[in-house]
Design a binder for this molecule. Structure first.
Ligand code: UTP
Length: 293
């Protein structure tokens, strides 16, 4: 495959968010906040840090709040100026990173993650690599975002790179697990929710991917799989038969599955504790709770 720099990222946001009902009845899951920012904003910034300039939101008619969040809000800005509250404008200016363009395409029906990615095909050229970031997975790293680290690997390997994270051995059955070979973590197989005995490793697939252009063509021919949905994993299996794919082990950081209540609550607590303004007071507050027990 001829190497091309990575500039585009697909963020699928058209899912139903059923695990978070009723919160997600009228609010997109991706707009749920962690401390003071919606999930999707963290993801857009992670993509920008990795050098992504074009973000493609795969969205649904019920999710216009996401597009509105990244749009200019003239009335609010005018109102803040009139009320002498210019200092409140800064957080608004930081929503969209400089140099990043967002476009959206529709997924009319939630027919699976693979189908959502396929909906972005018209805005990805035939020979173009692309990243996929799952917006409900937050990846905290104290120094460098997960996708930025993966881009470094992609620049060396010139092929697909998939983020992997170690999970405790007894929890492999909750995740998609990768079988890997050698120090470069060449992926040989992907196994969906294996039993503890059958798991080829304890490296789970965590929601950040860089794909060669071939994946999009494979998706076009991928038939509905589990749950009648077009599954990304099925297309990745086919890609594995044709091309080399590497795992990137995300280390020294932490991922949070914010599509799940426990993961979402943990993210809120831990991001608040890391917050330069809130952190100390929040920690003191948590310690008082500990004392009350
Ligand atoms: P999830 O499976 O975690 O999201 O997909 P979901 O389906 O919205 O959530 P639950 O399971 O019902 O609670 C990961 C990401 O892929 C998007 C979702 O919006 C989410 O951000 N997605 C999923 C789509 O865009 N389209 C789909 O058909 C499925």
């Amino acid at each position: 495959m001829s190497y091309k720099p990575l500039t585009k990222a697909i963020l699928p946001v058209a899912g139903l968010g059923t695990r978070f009902l009723p919160a997600t009845k009228a609010i997109p899951k991706e707009m749920l906040t962690v401390v003071d920012k919606p999930l999707i904003q963290y993801i857009v910034h992670e993509a920008a840090e990795a050098g992504i300039t074009d973000i493609i939101l795969v969205t649904h008619s019920s999710k216009s709040a996401i597009e509105n969040h990244f749009d200019k809000h003239y009335e609010l800005e005018t109102e803040l100026k009139l009320r002498g509250k210019q200092d409140r404008m800064q957080p608004l200016k930081e929503i969209t990173p400089e140099g990043v363009r967002l476009v959206s395409v529709r997924q009319p029906e939630a027919l699976g993650l693979g189908h959502a990615i396929l909906c972005a095909a018209p805005v990805i050229a035939d020979n173009e690599p692309f990243a996929v970031l799952l917006p409900d997975v937050l990846m905290h790293h104290p120094e460098k975002g997960c996708l930025a680290q993966m881009v470094e690997a992609y620049k060396k390997m010139h092929t697909s790179v998939v983020a992997l994270e170690e999970v405790p051995n007894d929890q492999v059955e909750k995740y998609g697990i990768a079988a890997v070979n050698g120090p470069d973590l060449r992926i040989t197989e992907l196994v969906e929710k294996p039993s503890v005995e059958e798991a080829p490793s304890n490296l789970s697939v965590v929601g950040r991917y860089i794909f060669t252009p071939r994946l999009m063509n494979i998706l076009k021919d991928t038939k509905p799989g589990a749950g009648g949905e077009i599954q990304l994993t099925d297309a990745m299996d086919t890609l594995l038969e044709e091309e080399v794919m590497f795992g990137f082990e995300f280390k020294d950081g932490k991922s949070y599955d914010c599509g799940d209540k426990q993961g979402y609550l943990q993210a809120n607590v831990e991001y608040a504790l890391r917050d330069s303004i809130l952190g100390d007071d929040f920690k003191a507050y948590l310690q008082t709770l500990e004392l009350e027990k």
